[in-house]
Design a protein around this ligand. Structure first.
Ligand SMILES: Cc1cc2nc3c(=O)[nH]c(=O)nc-3n(C[C@H](O)[C@H](O)[C@H](O)COP(=O)(O)OP(=O)(O)OC[C@H]3O[C@@H](n4cnc5c(N)ncnc54)[C@H](O)[C@@H]3O)c2cc1C
Length: 382
């Protein structure tokens, strides 16, 4: 159920202040140390950020998709690594459980996920299955009252801290593609689960991805999420939703960068006047603002449609495609408007330029969003 408008505005205001006062001052430190300070994680827990999307009966805030997107826009106004701290609990790490979990599974896991005590990860990508995510080769062999998991997942966000993985594995090797895949809730402490060291990456320092290996892991049959053979559908429903959240974050980052550009352009003087007076600079600001507004409108409209019960596979893919490409262009213009300063680390603009690159890759690359958009459009006849 939606929050009343006062409570919603209060929540958004609280998050905006938390971002401005607590997170923004730490951006450079987090980039340098590759770690979000524990005290900040504790404050995030206190604010309820780990449970934004978890139903209130399990201790979360139970936001609607539109409300979650409005909060995500605010969270986008700082380094994306901060959001990643609780991003998997809010999105891909919890939503399979929220949408397909049994009452027992939900009661067991969701309270810890909502409070942030339990960190969750979503483990779909594997060396052989990236964009072709239905080509899951991680094996789950039924054996008495358990499934035995063998295989490897790569680039798994928050795996170093996760206590619970949602893992997509093939239960029926006789069926190729999506049909033979099931989803499992796999606690990290089961024998045979091992997590590699965090990868070194282009940006978003402070957010970690690791390889997770399953070596003869006996997962109780009661940990299967949804019916056998339905795991790929679970994953796709989770991603449909996650794409809207990511779109909203892209909008927030774009709004942050536009504000930084406006402030810089007013202050920086060349040829005897602020560079904001030059219409070629204004053109870049206008392009960025227009695109950010368009992405926001598309994202929020699609979120409202989802809240109304509509299928948003097309809208979610379109929003993610447009918003992630948009923020790439906005970050590029931000470097340009800042001139040499845009390339120098101390100003933080080049860091955002690197950070936003990921949005076009994970939760489905831009090309995969295009494939989905075209497929859904042709299915609907236009
Ligand atoms: C930092 C980070 C965090 C991540 N977090 C997670 C996570 O938490 N959980 C998880 O499961 N995964 C995660 N991923 C994995 C991510 O979702 C995949 O990297 C992504 O889906 C692309 O898969 P791939 O890397 O195998 O690239 P590939 O699929 O090999 O793609 C390579 C190129 O080929 C293109 N391509 C592939 N197929 C087609 C096609 N049919 N048509 C047109 N072009 C195509 C792609 O668009 C891309 O340009 C993460 C990745 C990164 C980098």
């Amino acid at each position: 159920m939606a929050l009343d408008s006062d409570t919603r505005d209060q929540l958004i205001d609280t998050v905006r202040r938390f971002v401005a006062e607590r997170l923004r001052p730490l951006e450079a430190q987090v980039a340098e140390t590759d770690e979000v300070p524990g005290a900040i994680v504790a404050e995030m827990r206190e604010l309820g950020l780990f449970g934004l999307s978890i139903p209130p009966e399990y201790g979360g805030l139970g936001l609607t998709m539109e409300e979650e997107c409005l909060v995500a826009v605010e969270l986008g106004r700082t380094s994306p690594a901060f959001r990643s701290t609780f991003g998997t609990n809010v999105g891909i790490g919890s939503q399979g459980l929220v949408m397909h979990g049994t009452p027992e599974q939900k009661a067991k896991w969701l309270p810890g996920i909502a409070s942030g005590e339990t960190i969750t990860s979503f483990a779909l990508t594997a060396p052989e299955a990236g964009s072709d995510s239905a080509n899951v080769q991680t094996r789950a062999r039924a054996d008495g009252d358990a499934y035995v998991l063998d295989g490897q997942k790569i680039y798994i966000t928050n795996a170093d801290k996760a206590a619970l993985f949602t893992v997509m594995a093939r239960t029926d090797p006789g069926k190729a593609g999506a049909a033979g895949v099931s989803a499992f809730l796999v606690p990290r402490d089961l024998p045979g689960v091992s997590v590699g060291r965090p990868e070194r990456k282009m940006g978003q320092q402070g957010a970690h991805v690791c390889t997770v290996t399953f070596d003869g892991v006996r997962v109780p049959a009661e940990n299967r999420l949804g019916a056998e053979g339905e795991g790929f559908k679970v994953a796709m429903r989770v991603l449909d939703r996650g794409r809207l959240h990511i779109s909203a974050v892209c909008v927030g980052v774009a709004e942050r960068l536009i504000a930084d550009c406006v402030a810089f352009a007013a202050e920086r003087r060349q040829f005897g006047k602020p560079i904001a007076d030059f219409q070629l600079v204004q053109g870049m600001i206008a392009d960025s603002k227009t695109e950010a507004m368009a992405a926001k409108a598309l994202t929020l409209e699609t979120a409202r449609r989802r809240d109304a019960g509509e299928n948003v596979t097309l809208g979610g893919a379109a929003a993610k495609y447009f918003a992630s490409e948009m923020v790439g262009r906005v970050a590029d213009r931000a470097v340009q408007i800042h001139g040499g300063a845009g390339y120098i680390a101390d100003y933080g603009i080049e860091r955002f330029y690197r950070d936003v690159r990921l949005f076009r890759i994970y939760e489905g690359t831009s090309q995969i969003q295009q494939v989905v958009i075209a497929r859904e459009t042709m299915k609907a006849g236009g």
